[in-house]
Write a protein that binds this ligand. Structure first.
Ligand SMILES: Nc1ncnc2c1ncn2[C@@H]1O[C@H](COP(=O)(O)OP(=O)(O)OP(=O)(O)O)[C@@H](O)[C@H]1O
Ligand SMILES: [Mg+2]
Length: 620
């Protein structure tokens, strides 16, 4: 709105104090965006009250009913009206906003919910003679009345947003809202393994159905956490995730990060926690992207469950009313820790690709080869068939036969025959011994208990890329000096910010110097980038530093070029390879970190276990 549009009256409007109801509705706009945000507030309150069991009941996506029942310490009669008063909390005394150990501290959630829906709280404090209940409808509070409840607290919120119809219009379908609620509960349940959670859906025909359950875990925290994650994220995630446990300058990082080949098309499988609080934080998400940038294309997202812990005074949670974002005192340390811990874990994983790759392959086979169940070959003809096509590992063949040199096997591949073969025992190595090359692009290798199919181009591309990176790390980044330094004009603040990161940039071949008021002289650039637009690069770097406290832009660009170089310099598909060449490639894959996926996050090989192959043929 500009001044001309506004109706300027000759008398200035009087300033008036808004009443409590209006104030609460305005605050509710920030805290309660949709049913899932109400659920988050109520469950956090139950957790802060020391509950060990929390049950959530919802109806119609939480639009008509949200009820949270807990077995926490409850509230006294005197406290009930206070719980509905704005800025009233039992969790902090207000003297230290930097040392917060509870989910809540603003004293805003319940009054906000009471302002936009029909809220009732029934509670019985430990040791109290009776339970009491209090209600707030659209901001109007009724006095407490006696009620029946054995212990703990039940908070019921009906008809959310009935008092603010504008907000009601923004709600999505019941299904979408239910999905958002499940997500919120899942995240809190991951952070609190010692608490049992259930969700009941009271809508529809099978009303009262339990749609989610996470049982209370016991034992030490690490085991409890692991068991809870497995319960919520499933065995598949657990099987394809790498354990993370790292620490730097008083910030610790634990949890699990999935292999790049287990990536997702959307950032939905990213569960991040700071001091036990689920967050969706830009800095952390950026750090994740940085850690995986080398393995995933931009449209793929890693799956992780990561817990950052540090002294509460080192991270400010009072940034956003819904507390979904945090601000670290030293963002660089947090980011650096995440990037380096994840990169390290991924490097340790070596050539491993996720098990889902094999599952997907088998799934694809199964749909195409589904033979009618009734069809059964008689035993003698099965045997005859088997011996005619035996490659090397019939289940009865044993080690001796599996180790026989390839040349002696009766199998004659049609597309490419492997001539001279070094004697490599299939049992010795994870990726096995090359047995054949088919369609001039796929290497078939036999392992101790299965077979491996390697995409030779994808695998080699990754190997060349890793080698180029290694060389660059060992010998530094070659630079080219600009004959005439390029002068880039920036604001004084931006120039100072870049100069703070001058040494880091120099390590990557970008040499800058101050050039008077707000200007920067670019003297040298990384040779591998060729002629570059220094101004655009510096702006990219600045944006990242401003956002994340650190920049990955330069490394990203260099790695993108290396990746292109690798693609051109590697074995093309369509080239025949000799057995020793193929075996050399397999051995190099085993020795090279990250070789399980190509530069775009696709697998470089697929492994099928004999047991799975046998199942395909209905032999087990
Ligand atoms: N389930 C519960 N069991 C026991 N006490 C509760 C429960 N829910 C709320 N309370 C009490 O009511 C007070 C107000 O809750 P409310 O959620 O409005 O504020 P808060 O949790 O202190 O801060 P925030 O607004 O950040 O959530 C809490 O400080 C707590 O003392
Ligand atoms: Mg609260």
């Amino acid at each position: 709105m500009n001044a001309q549009d506004r109706n300027i009256s000759p008398n200035p409007p009087a300033i008036r104090q808004l009443d409590e109801i209006a104030v609460n509705r305005i605050a509710a706009g920030e805290v309660v965006e949709r049913p899932a945000s109400a659920v988050k507030e109520l469950i956090e309150n139950a957790l802060d009250a020391g509950a060990t069991r929390i049950e959530l009941a919802i109806k119609d996506g939480g639009k008509t009913l949200i009820r949270v029942t807990d077995d926490g310490h409850g509230m006294s009669e005197a406290d009930l009206p206070m719980a509905l008063a704005r800025h009233a909390t039992s969790k902090i005394d207000g003297t230290d906003l930097l040392n917060i150990h509870t989910f809540g501290f603003r004293g805003e959630a319940l009054p906000s919910l009471g302002a936009v829906g029909r809220l009732s709280i029934t509670s019985r404090a430990q040791g109290a003679d009776a339970a009491m209940t209090i209600a707030a409808n659209g901001g109007k509070i009724n006095p407490p009345r006696p009620a029946a409840l054995a212990g703990g607290t039940v908070v019921e919120l009906r008809d959310l947003f009935y008092a603010t119809p504008a907000r009601l219009k923004f709600l999505r379908t019941d299904r979408a809202e239910t999905g958002a609620i499940n997500d919120v509960v899942k995240r809190l349940a991951m952070a609190e393994p010692y608490v049992g959670f259930t969700i009941r859906d009271l809508s529809g025909s099978d009303a009262g159905r339990v749609t989610f359950r996470a049982d209370r875990q016991t034992g030490d925290l690490f085991d409890a956490m692991g068991a809870r994650l497995r319960q919520i994220l499933g065995a598949e995630f657990a099987d394809n995730a790498l354990p993370i446990d790292a620490e730097r300058d008083g910030i610790s990082l634990t949890g699990f990060a999935a292999l790049p080949t287990y990536s997702r098309g959307a950032a939905t499988a990213q569960y991040l926690f700071v001091n036990g609080r689920p967050v969706r934080d830009k800095l952390l998400v950026g750090a994740l992207r940085g850690a995986y940038s080398d393995f995933l294309s931009r449209d793929r997202h890693p799956a992780v469950a990561l817990f950052v812990e540090c002294d509460p005074t080192r991270v400010d949670v009072n940034v956003h009313p819904a507390k979904a974002e945090v601000r670290f005192r030293d963002p660089g340390v947090a980011r650096g820790l995440i990037v380096s811990a994840l990169k390290h874990a991924l490097a340790e994983a070596g050539h491993r690709a996720s098990s889902t790759v094999a599952d997907a392959t088998l799934g694809a086979f199964r749909t195409e080869t589904q033979t009618p169940r009734s069809y059964q070959m008689d035993l003698p003809s099965q045997r005859a068939l088997r011996s005619a096509y035996t490659m090397q590992a019939p289940p009865a063949g044993g080690l001796a036969e599996a180790q026989a040199p390839f040349a002696e096997t009766p199998f004659a591949p049609t597309s490419a025959r492997v001539e001279q073969v070094e004697e490599i025992a299939a049992t010795d190595t994870p990726l096995g011994a090359a047995r054949a090359q088919i369609h001039e692009n796929y290497i078939i290798a036999q392992t101790a208990d299965g077979l491996v199919v390697v995409d030779q181009h994808a695998a080699h591309e990754r190997l060349v890329y890793e080698k180029l990176k290694r060389q660059m790390a060992e010998n530094g980044v070659p630079t080219q000096a600009l004959l005439i330094p390029e002068i880039v004009d920036l604001s004084e603040g931006d120039a100072a910010l870049l100069l703070d990161h001058m040494d880091g940039m120099a390590a990557f071949g970008l040499v800058i110097e101050p050039f008077g008021k707000g200007a920067i002289a670019v003297r040298e650039t990384p040779a591998i980038l060729g002629v570059i637009n220094a101004q655009a690069l510096l702006r990219d770097i600045l944006d990242e530093i401003a956002d994340l406290g650190d920049s990955q832009a330069l490394t990203d660009r260099i790695e993108a070029v290396l990746s292109r170089v690798a693609c051109h310099g590697s074995i093309r598909s369509g080239r025949r390879m000799q057995a020793d060449e193929m075996n050399a490639l397999l051995r190099e894959m085993e020795a090279t970190p990250h070789s399980g996926q190509c530069n775009h996050g696709r697998p470089t090989y697929v492994e099928l276990k004999l047991a799975d192959i046998e199942r395909l043929f209905g032999r087990t």
